[in-house]
Ligand binder design. Sequence first.
Ligand code: NDP
Length: 287
Amino acid sequence: MKTITLNNGIEMPIIGYGVFQISPDECERCVMDAIDTGYRSIDTAQAYYNEEGVGNAIRRSGIPRTELFLTTKVWISNAGEERAARSIDESLRKLRTDYIDLLLVHQPFGDYYGTYRAMQKACKTGKVRAIGLSNFYDARFIDLAENMEVKPAVVQLETHVFCQQAKMRKLVNPYGTRIMAWGPLAQGANGFFTNETLRAVGAKHGKDNAQVALKYLTDEGIIAIPKTTHKERMASNLALDDFELTDEERDAIRKLDDGKPLTADFNDPALAKYLLGYDRQFNPDKQ
Ligand code: NDP
């Protein structure tokens, strides 16, 4: 399993398994399958409501905790120093572990400075090994990175062949921050799985579009966390070490970049309102 070194010296697998939109009931089975297939890094979040499934699976797997890498994220309704601190303890309980490898501020809304301060403290007390951000773009990223003592180890952003985050990659470099791709398969949008450029490259190597795209991203030093509920796809998404892309192939894939996200614009007021109310559907008492 290839790893990447984060800005605090911690090693993290460059490919992980994401569990967004996997129901709490199914999550345990999926993570068991992913671990069985060879994944050692799992990406969940408080707002996915499946941290328990991840925790049960890692316990049942019998794999030593030190060989696994767990990422979770603090949701907006837990923003602020005290609430975030309590939510970190709750995530630890649900994940059935005494430390989180990577903890992210999930969204750039609410009192995320307070959240980040709680995360810095959790680092100092050993509850968390590395901290970072998710969906923080441009000035929001710079503002936080400049003002906080611990520089974000990663920023998780929508990143795939159609949105390669060239600008953000340059911007985060001085902080040693790594890009972590959510939606690395573009969530199947924009004809990803039938894209002709990816297909032509894949045909030369006996690989499918997902494998070509994941190879490309990870070669670029981008951490990727593809999601699938199918065990055979888990295995194929991980089978990237038996082929190499040529410079010409990389150039062709680079040209697929449209320079903008397909699914979420974090400057869109409507998206902000939607996300600020997101977990009310699960927690009516938080209205
Ligand atoms: P992905 O780009 O990983 O795409 C997932 C989709 O691709 C699913 O529909 C899956 O279907 C399908 N798929 C996966 N592998 C294959 C394959 N080999 N062949 C054909 N279809 C395939 O999207 P996600 O949004 O899930 O992103 C990945 C992870 O990123 C999430 O699970 C989550 O951990 C994280 N994330 C973080 C966000 C954030 O705000 N920080 C936002 C969104 C995601 P099926 O399951 O049926 O196989």
